[in-house]
Design a protein around this ligand. Sequence first.
Ligand SMILES: Cc1ncc(COP(=O)(O)O)c(C=O)c1O
Length: 412
Amino acid sequence: MIKQSYEEIIELEAERQKHNVELIASENFPSKRVLDAAGSILTNKYAEGYSGKRYYGGCQFIDMIETKAIEDACTLFNCKYANVQPHCGSSANQAVYKALLQHGDTVMGMDLGAGGHLTHGHKMSFSGQDYNIVSYGVDENGIIDIEEFTKKLNEYNPKMVIIGASSYSRSIDYKKFRDIIEEYAKNHNGDKPYYMVDMAHVAGLIAAGVHPTPIPYADVITSTTHKTLRGPRGGLILTNSEEIIKKINKAVFPGIQGGPLEHIIAAKGICFEEANTEEFKAYGKQIIKNANAFANEFVKAGWKVISGGTDNHMFVLDVYGSIGVTGKQAEEELDKIHITLNKNQIPNDELPPLKSSGVRIGTPAMTTKGWKEDKFIELAKIMMDYLNECKNETQEQNREKYINKVEELISK
Ligand SMILES: Cc1ncc(COP(=O)(O)O)c(C=O)c1O
């Protein structure tokens, strides 16, 4: 039995978040405005349906909230249509499959091991179970293998292709994939797959103008709102096609969801508003500068970083290939000195997912806390020293020293 009250446990988690260095690439610290909306009385309201077409009375203010959030999403990403109801990124992706495909249709997505997401076709996800998945990966330099992508596109004639990833550290040329699809269409009587982009990880960077935008090129774009975008935990779907948004709206409700989370939709709207500011642009720039400085420190010391560096908010460090410590060990050991990150497979990993050769490292959360390059450089040194202690099995007797160093860095 857990003895503490819920409030006490929340306080414990708040303390953990305060005293740990948060490097999970998909996490962030939203503003008080976002948190207040997410915890507001809007949670009391049922509002199945869409603005002006609800299945419940008393929705006049809810309609204003949802319409405003849609307007703010469209303004931020320069897009015509948005659905802000998906409860999370996976639901957003599920809705796209449901809207545009039949079970058994062929879909091309990035392999999980290469950096893709479970919903891009993993066999344990609805995507891999209900659809015929053809995976593509990265080349020997860790860059999306365009040749393989093009070859498989022509060989398997998918109904939809998904571009986007959970652990890919390079900029993505969305126009290039549109060009490849148009070239394919020329040889197939104009037939072409739907082009879906999952920008969950880089949405905040796109909003800040520091990563290419997929909006002019993709048929449909999905996202989460809680990663680099720094909003509440939730999903988002964008498109410029009236035909597609109609299908998406039906797929989200009543297709896969019931009542929308209007408290979260209000918080999403606030995050879209906040992301449309000069301050957020500066934040996006700083995320990338920090990731670069951080990754380079490992590279300079001869450690292996997948693809040799980063263009965005994260990178994957091959700890096993660098010093023989597994991703799992690194995750657990670094947690003991108050550094939080997650193990991550590297492309063609020889270790299974629960061990993994790598760790994924991201800078969005600590950049929100005001960290600049100098702190990340110092942190990289602490991490390398401590992981070397792990390799030499001397970490236990020296752990206190490292905890103090991390604490000092946090309080600087
Ligand atoms: C690329 C990508 N798409 C979708 C998702 C799913 O988001 P959620 O965890 O909100 O379902 C993630 C989450 O990590 C992701 O990285």
